[in-house]
Each structure stands twice: as C-alpha cells, then as structure tokens.
Design a protein around this ligand. Structure first.
Ligand SMILES: [Zn+2]
Length: 173
C-alpha cells in the first residue's frame, strides 16, 4: 500500500534516534543539529526501506525543504533510482506519486495564481526561479503556471520538463 501522506514526527538530533522512530510507510523524522541535516523517511511505497534525504547543502546535493504550518514540502521530487524506484513529490506533507497521467488533483494556494500572473512576462522564466523571486514553494508556482496554461493565458516552452513559462502572446505573427 502506497502512502498518500507522510507523518512528520518530532525532530531528533541523531540518525540512530531517528531510525528508532520510524514504524510505518511515510513516517518521517528530521535530524536537526543547529540546522536541519537530513530527513529520514520510511519509504512511502511500502517496501520497508528507510530513505536518507539530505537537507544540508554542505554535505552534498540536497533537497530544499519548506515547513509551513507544520507541513513539509521537498523540492525537487525524490527519485530513488535503485531498489523500489520510488518517485514522488512531497508537497505540504502529501505524497504525489510521479506515475500520474492527470494532474487535476493538484490544488495550489489561492492568491498565488494572481501573483504568478503579475510576475510573468513575455520572456521565458523557470518556475523555480519565479518561486524564489516570489518567496513561494516551487510546486505552488508550477501548479499556478499549469492552471494559467489551461486558461490559455500562459504557455510552457516546448520539450519535456523544461519548466519554463511565459505569457502567451496574443499577437499572431
Ligand atoms: Zn520503496
């Protein structure tokens, strides 16, 4: 059974302590020593393995994390390229499996769409850069961009996973 959300347990200071907390798929605990170092997660796919998700750039490639009202978001997606091959997005403690064929169940925060629209120009910008500019979570900005695309106001640069968006020009050449 794939978990649909994580359970974020109170943070600990050591890896050993953290591992002892994990009981079921999706259980997660942050290791914090001065700054957040790592997120330990019992793999939400149900394989029983524990994932070590680095949050500390000084220790190598790291995920960005956002804690909002007790809910955890990771960026970018987590892709385990061995063993179970789990690939998911963690957004506000909810897990979105990357085997979808429909993104309609994504809901972005109200208000973000307007701010995203106001910030977009006729030049391409990557949603992650836009998120930084706005101080928002990249996934929220991406969903706002998708929503604006569905309304025909914004276009996404052609090519798989470019992540670049701009206002759609209404002038036909
Ligand atoms: Zn797994």
């Amino acid at each position: 059974m794939k978990a649909k959300h994580i359970t974020l347990l109170p943070h600990v200071t050591t890896h050993h302590e953290g591992l002892a907390q994990l009981k079921t798929a999706g259980d997660s605990v942050m290791i914090v020593r001065g700054v957040p170092r790592m997120l330990l997660m019992r793999c939400p796919c149900g394989c029983g393995d524990d994932l070590n998700i680095n949050l500390d750039r000084r220790a190598g490639p790291a995920w960005r994390h956002y804690l909002r009202e007790g809910a955890l978001t990771l960026f970018p997606s987590y892709w385990r390229d061995s063993h179970c091959g789990s690939h998911f997005i963690l957004w506000n403690s909810e897990i979105y499996w990357c085997d979808w064929d429909d993104d309609s169940y994504w809901n972005h925060s109200t208000g973000i769409e307007t701010r995203v629209w106001d910030s977009l120009t006729y030049d391409w910008i990557n949603y992650e850069a836009l998120a930084d500019q706005l101080g928002e979570i990249p996934w929220d900005v991406l969903q706002a961009c998708y929503s604006l695309s569905r309304q025909g106001r914004v276009e996404q640069r052609a090519g798989r996973s470019t992540g670049a968006f701009r206002r759609k020009s209404l002038i036909k050449a």
